[in-house]
Design a protein around this ligand. Sequence first.
Ligand code: ZN
Length: 250
Amino acid sequence: MTSSNDGKISELKKIIATSDKIVAFTGAGFSAESGISTFRGAGGLWSRYDPNIYANINIFMQDSSYYWNFFKDERYPVIKKAKPNDGHYVLVELEKLGKLYRVITQNIDGLHQVAGQSDVIELHGNTRKIYCLNCEKTYNLDETYKLLQKELPPKCSCGGNLKPGTILFGEPLPQAALEMARIAAQNCDLFLVLGSSLVVYPAASMPRIAKNNGATLVIINIDPTPMDEIADLVINNSASKILSTVIKRG
Ligand SMILES: [Zn+2]
């Protein structure tokens, strides 16, 4: 940790110590530290796979084999191997201490739950929860992988088509999750942004909602974000490193 961060880290310690209704808002940068490649930007998945073909709801409904090939070659091996990082575990610790109000995530890898987080608001769904469009039977990652080795696109035991539990391009965001996230942002005393560049809606709107309702806003992200100017504290560093410096796991 560089010395320029020392002052900010002690400030963050103080803020966390005096907060007891913390909302943690996690984005792609948080999962990147678990080896999950990001979607956007140079080298991101979408630079190799056009999301308007491989992850678009209209194409998916016509021919889901694009998505399932992408799942088989790119998503399954990465998600299967990924493990929660220190940051995920620190948030579980904050929950145990009774200081964490909600976790809101833009990530679809389900790593918060793997780490033991009980209550996660998922704005873009979850890759691990696959379901049948016909009978709504659910399948996990391994079950789906087995099915798609037999046939592609994979089929439910009822013959129906399977769909990932993620929100594809062209699909509306899950309204219930969005509403819960808004309520959490309105009612927290600390809104902690962790590894999100805050450029995609609704991520971009949440810090302002929190701030307008009296919360302290802290942003920990490798790069600057458009919300830095309204934040009480900005730390341009790895969120999991900073968190594990500030909070010791029990
Ligand atoms: Zn079915």
